[in-house]
Design a protein around this ligand. Sequence first.
Ligand code: SF4
Length: 318
Amino acid sequence: MRQISPIIINKKILLQQKIIKLKKQKNAVILAHYYQLPEIQEIADFVGDSLELSRKAAETEAEIIVFAGVYFMAETAKILNFNKKVLVPDVNAGCSLADGCPPDKFREFLKDYPNHKVVTYINCSAEIKTMSDYVCTSSNAVKVINSIPKEDKIVFAPDKNLGNYLIKETGREMVLWNGSCVVHEAFSLEKLIDLYQKNPDAVIVAHPESETHILKTAHYIGSTSGMINYIKSSPEIKFIIATESGILHKMKHEVPHKTLIPAPSKEDNSCACSECAFMKMNTLEKIYNCLLNEFPEVKLDRNLVDKARIPIEKMLQC
Ligand code: SF4
C-alpha cells in the first residue's frame, strides 16, 4: 500500500483544525453524507444518510449549514431552513438521478398519468419535489408507499431500480421514471459472483439503488444506515458491500473486527470498487473556502420552497 507523506498528513490536520475553529466562530454546522471522503467525515458535526441528514437539517440551531454531500441534499436542507444560510463546497456536485429527471420532461411525463399519486425519491431537484405528493428516502420508501391508500395509483421517480425493488416489497403497481444511479449500476454481477465464490463465508449486503440482478444475490438489502445497523448487529464477520465505497469509513469505525469487502465494479479502477465522482468533488480545501467566504450559497425561490416543503415534511413524519 502507498504510504502517505507526513507533510500531507500535517497539512490535512492543520486544515481540519482551521475548519473546526471557523465553524465555531460562525456558529456553523457541517453535515456530511456517508459517501464523503474520510477526512471530511472526521470534522463533520453529523454524518448520516439522506433521511438522517434531512432530520438533522430540520433540527439544527446553527446559523450556517455547510452541506458536504451533493446539491439536491443541500437544497433539501435549504427547503427545511429557509432563513438560514446553506453553503455547498462545490455547486457542481450533482447526482445522475437528480440530473436525469429534468423538471420540464417530468411535467410532460406526468400528463400521461392524471389521478396518480407522485412519489419521488429524495434524489431529485427542488422543482421535482414541488410536483410530488410524497418524498421518500431508501430508509423509509417502503413505509411511505404502504401509507398510500390501496386504491391510489402511483408514479415513482426518478430511480427505476429502487422503484422495481419497491414494487416487489410492497406488491403495489407503480409507473416508473427511467432513471438510475451511475454508481449503483456500475457493479459487475460476474465479478461479484467470483468474489463470493472466493469468500463463501461472506454476507452480501446491497443498496436498493443497485440493479435487480445484484439485489437477487444479496442476503440483505437496505439503505445506507440500514446496512450499517445490519452489519453491526449481525453475528457474521465477513461482508461484501454493494454501495458507494465511502460508507466503508464509517463501517470500519463501527465494526473494526469485521472484514468488509467492497463489491467490485465493471470498470477496473484503482480501488476495484464504486465511488461517486460527484460526492468526491468535495474536499477539505473547498469546505474551508466556502465557510470562510460564505459562498457558494444555495438560493431558492420562496414559492418553490413552500411547495417543496409539503412532501418533505410528510416524509419526515413517516
Ligand atoms: S451515489 Fe448515485 S445516487 Fe448517490 S449521489 Fe452519487 S450518483 Fe447520486
